[in-house]
Design a protein around this ligand. Structure first.
Ligand code: ATP
Length: 366
């Protein structure tokens, strides 16, 4: 399978929809810019209504931008019809032809291009091998599992060798276990083909495990673009911190900058947090974000904040302890619970931050 790797450039793109009822317009996407490098898999991640699907649909050509430009490779495709764009789209619904077997579903795109029979056969066999379905070529789609049907849909998209693969919540119809397997598969296949891919999801685990980079959106704007580690460890806002992972926020007074971190005070207790979003003024308010794995429990009085263990949830490789504090229920993850202390429910405890995943964020940008 030959794919020419191209970039995708989205430049100051805005999309406004007219509300058919009232005539008021909705800004679904608001001055969004990003570049996806050749062979990169980038995910648009955000809550329902944030504009991720509209952004993907504009790259696909199913919607036209109100403003801005879209390039695929060197070509300005902003107003090019969808069918003329060198892309394939995989949707949540598989859209397979029920009366054709797997082989014929995958061959379809080549048959309408009138390729020689032998070449079609060779390409279909290679593509079915790529998606792990070579033994099911003669099955009808109705006799395949959801995951297998999605693989057929993927094979059918890839066989025409598009430059760009667009995936719109492709795993939403699968159960949790299958979703986990398929996201590993999609990444493997995308890397094997080397195709530039854009993936839309509201599922953070999916986004974090699949992507070279994640674009976090809300209300039509981009909050942050980065690798999974970037957005998890160094979120720019409370929204990103909360959307990409479990987190607790502690309100603090900022005493002053210290390197790339801050001296802070929490209820009059002073301490230094080594990392933070730059530019928070001394004397201002801020929050400390703490991931569950960055909190530790100790004897009452030994840490920064007192609380009581309200529940322990056993997850095998870890225990999640919920600690009732003056800032609400705080989740603490205790890894390797066979060798580390799990405080029984009802215990009085003291919470301490591990500097590693703790970070100061502005209070006002939510
Ligand atoms: P979801 O995960 O629910 O699909 P999303 O993040 O993909 O959400 P979009 O589908 O891009 O969000 O929608 C963004 C905003 O634009 C929403 O407020 C939506 O109601 C609105 N919108 C989308 N398509 C249209 C349309 N054709 N006409 C009017 N408004 C639209």
């Amino acid at each position: 399978m030959e794919t020419k790797s191209v970039s995708i450039r989205v430049d100051h793109v805005t999309k406004r929809f007219k509300d058919p009822a009232g005539g008021r317009s909705v800004t679904a996407v608001n001055d969004v810019s990003f570049t996806i490098e050749p062979s990169e898999l980038v995910t648009l991640l955000g809550p329902s209504g944030c504009g991720k699907t509209t952004t993907l649909r504009m790259i696909a050509g199913f919607e036209l931008p109100t403003q801005g430009k879209i390039h695929i490779g060197d070509d300005d495709v902003t107003f090019l019809p969808a069918h003329a764009r060198d892309k394939a789209t995989v949707f949540q619904s598989y859209g397979l032809f029920p009366h054709m077997n797997v082989f014929e579903n995958v061959a379809y795109g080549l048959r309408i291009r009138k390729l020689p029979k032998a070449e079609i056969s060779e390409k279909v066999t290679a593509t079915l091998r790529l998606v792990g379905l070579e033994s099911l070529a003669n099955r009808s789609p109705g006799r395949l599992s959801g995951g297998q049907q999605q693989r057929v849909a993927l094979a059918r998209s890839l066989i025409v060798e598009p430059s760009v693969l667009l995936l719109d919540e492709p795993l939403s119809n699968l159960d949790a276990l299958l979703r986990e397997q398929m996201r590993v598969e999609i990444r493997r296949i995308q890397k094997a083909v080397g195709i530039t891919a854009v993936y839309v999801t509201h599922d953070r685990t999916e986004a974090m495990s699949l992507s070279d980079r994640v674009i976090v959106m809300r209300d039509g704007v981009i909050h942050q673009i980065g690798t999974a580690a970037d957005v998890y460890e160094n979120p720019v806002s409370k929204f990103v911190a909360g959307f990409v992972g479990k987190v607790a926020f502690f309100p603090v007074d900022v005493l002053g900058a210290e390197g790339v971190g801050y001296a802070c005070s929490l209820r009059g207790r002073r301490f230094t947090v080594p990392r933070g979003v730059p530019g928070i003024p001394a004397g201002g308010r801020a929050v400390i974000m703490a991931r569950p794995e960055s909190l530790r429990l100790g004897e009452p009085g030994s840490g920064l904040l007192e609380g009581r263990v309200s529940a322990n949830i056993y997850l095998g490789s870890s225990v999640e302890s919920f600690v009732d504090t003056e800032f609400g229920d705080i989740l603490v993850q205790i890894d390797d619970p066979t060798s580390r202390k799990v405080w029984p429910e009802g215990s009085q405890v003291s919470l301490q931050f591990e500097p590693r995943l703790v970070r100061v964020l502005p209070e006002d940008v939510s």
